[in-house]
Design a protein around this ligand. Structure first.
Ligand SMILES: [Fe+2]
Length: 340
């Protein structure tokens, strides 16, 4: 029997799902849960029973196709390789920094398109190399690809091993946006934030790998503060790690204080818990001990949960910029590499 209960402190956004049996669950029931997730922004499925990359991908790809923007851009540059990574790495025409990126992406689990390019976000060291994207330590508040105008809207984390000494926190912004006065809301509606990649703004331990730079691929990217989630929920695209300026810093400081109370840190209860959260108007973080922690991440859009293309923006020129950029990603994804 599936039970759905509210996650504390998120003002009605966020649910726990217990007692789910993926072997018995019909496609229709899973899709209904997907629709509920879209409205709730955060879903924690305890004891999912999902054990590995393949089943994780099979289940989540029923909600949406995988997306990794930086991978799409990088691999789109070498269409001549026709999916052969060894050709790229051997080519004298490919700059060394591109090769380093591709090697790192492979090392953390990418380049397996058949599994949805699921990455390890923490993993064991093998031959002295880290095998996860953010291999160890705590992570400060952020959202993924947050300084990219066409960020990927959904993130799913599936625990594997050693999860229960760590927490994943979420901060929802819709309750704050709904709670403020009409006049303040219209001020926020006008605000545009400037995003930049800044070293060390996520990872407490100072670990900086290359893939991490996908947080903001282009300097001084302008993104409106108020956007809508794929379900049309208005909230704030305010990710603390890439925002370097705004047209009203005093107001932004007030906003920061206001949103911080709508947070919940989920201390993983089971190694096979599945945590899925919105990446448009919600931030996340990591706390606790990551020794021997292995966790998988699937980043996805909501292809099969809503009709038509997701449009986060409510005003021009961002609507058009987004449409152009995201359409280009889907073209580039055609060239995406796999190891086979
Ligand atoms: Fe993240």
């Amino acid at each position: 029997m599936t039970r759905i209960t509210d996650i504390p402190n998120l003002e009605g956004y966020g649910v726990f799902v217990d007692g789910i049996d993926f072997k018995q669950l019909t496609k229709g029931e899973w899709k209904e849960l997907g629709k509920l997730y879209m409205k709730k922004l955060v879903m924690i499925i305890r004891k999912s029973g999902l054990k590995n990359k393949k089943v994780f991908h099979k289940v989540l790809s029923k909600w949406g196709e995988h997306r990794q923007n930086y991978a799409a851009i990088t691999f789109g540059k070498f269409p001549w390789a026709k999916g052969n990574i060894h050709e790229i790495l051997a080519s004298p025409d490919v700059p060394d920094d591109e090769k380093e990126y591709i090697k790192e992406y492979k090392r953390i689990g990418g380049l397996t398109r058949e599994d949805g390019n699921i990455l390890r976000v923490t993993g064991k060291k093998i031959n002295g190399y880290r095998t996860g994207l953010f291999d160890h330590g705590e992570l400060l508040w952020h959202s993924n690809e947050c300084g990219d105008l066409a960020f990927t809207p959904g993130v799913a984390l599936l625990g594997q091993e050693g999860m229960t000494k760590s927490a994943t926190g979420v901060m929802v912004t819709a309750p704050y946006y709904n709670s403020i006065s009409d006049s303040m809301r219209s001020e926020l509606d006008e605000m545009v934030l400037i995003h930049n990649f800044v070293d060390g703004k996520i990872n407490v331990n100072g670990e900086n790998n290359i893939v991490y730079k996908n947080m903001c691929p282009e300097p001084n990217t302008e993104i409106p503060l108020v956007i809508q989630s794929p379900a049309g929920i208005k909230g704030l695209h305010y990710s603390f790690n890439t925002v370097t300026g705004s047209n009203n810093d005093r107001l932004l400081a007030e906003v920061k204080k206001g949103i911080e109370k709508y947070t919940y840190d989920y201390w993983w209860e089971n190694d096979d818990d599945l945590m899925i959260f919105d990446n448009s108007i919600t931030q996340h973080r990591r706390l606790g001990d990551t020794t021997d922690r292995l966790c998988l991440r699937y980043q996805f859009d909501y292809t099969y949960l809503h009709d038509g293309m997701y449009q986060p923006y409510l005003q021009e020129p961002y609507i058009t910029r987004y449409t152009d950029r995201v359409t280009n990603f889907y073209k580039l994804l055609q060239h995406e590499l796999c190891t086979k």
